[in-house]
Design a binder for this molecule. Structure first.
Ligand code: CIR
Length: 256
């Protein structure tokens, strides 16, 4: 599959990460690193070329590289993350993306975290959250509209990012937690709901017919299999203590 997956090493300071909806609990950096390595290995098994961006050990949340850019076929938008502590993450990511895409940048006072941006075909659903503001959404729209994309702002409650509540399954379906985002927004698509007792299960990485999902959510993963998806699971509970899920740990760049 013609994908490059940009990833970034788990910082030894991960325990000092930003937290919004989760209580701080001890994080075992070695275990987080092992889970991250397994995630990268699984992306390789699914056909991605994994390319690590220069590590940033001093930036606790750098592993959650998704928040630093929005990559589409035509360009890459370098974000201005909503959390001040994360703004220094973007420079090295911009450098890594420059060979593949023309770069655009979100400028102040706009903010966007990539975790708030869900692409389904030619539509970008963008969460309006503590991390992503209307100015940032307007800047994204101005950059992508000339390429034929629609941008739809979405209200998200009770979780960090839109993609904590919903992720795309290819170009025609969405996996969502209806308690955190209104599923009616996704009416043109097939909508798969997470199991009620697995509220964090909506964040999966969709790669062709495969879905990379966290092993902690067997009931939701069974639903995905029943819908015909080839679900591959990985352990991710240590990274989840930093309020990160699976899409957060890579930036997928389609090449070729
Ligand atoms: C943060 O609060 O920014 C990090 N601790 C977690 C970011 C997770 N990123 C994502 O869901 N895209």
């Amino acid at each position: 599959m013609p994908w490059i997956a940009l990833t970034r090493a788990v910082s030894p300071t991960l325990a000092r990460c930003e937290l919004t909806h989760l209580a701080r609990s001890p994080i075992d950096p070695a275990r987080a690193e092992a889970q991250h390595a397994r995630y990268e290995a699984t992306l390789r098994e699914l056909g991605c070329t994994v390319q690590r961006v220069t590590p940033a050990p001093e930036l606790p949340d750098a592993v959650f590289i998704e928040d630093t850019a929005i990559v589409l076929d035509e360009l890459a938008m370098i974000t201005r993350p909503g959390a001040e502590s994360r703004r220094a993450e973007v420079a090295a990511v911009a450098e890594a993306l420059a060979p593949y895409r023309a770069l655009h940048r979100i400028e102040a006072p706009g903010t966007i975290d990539g975790g708030d941006v869900m692409q389904v075909g030619r539509t970008f659903f963008v969460g309006r959250t503590a991390r992503t503001n209307d100015d940032g959404i307007a800047q994204l729209r101005a950059a992508v509209a000339p390429h034929g994309y629609r941008v739809t702002p979405v209200t998200v409650t009770a979780c960090l990012h839109l993609k904590s509540a919903a992720t795309a399954l290819g170009d025609d379906a969405v996996l969502c937690n209806p308690a955190w985002v209104d599923p009616a927004l996704f009416a043109p698509y097939v909508v798969v709901h997470v199991a009620a007792d697995e509220p964090h299960a909506a964040n999966v990485v969709s790669l062709g017919t495969h879905v990379l999902a966290a092993e902690a959510y067997p009931a939701t993963n069974a639903r995905l299999r029943a819908h015909g998806y080839d679900v591959v699971t990985v352990p991710a509970d240590e990274l989840a203590k930093a309020e990160g899920a699976l899409t957060c740990c890579s930036l997928l760049v389609r090449v070729g």
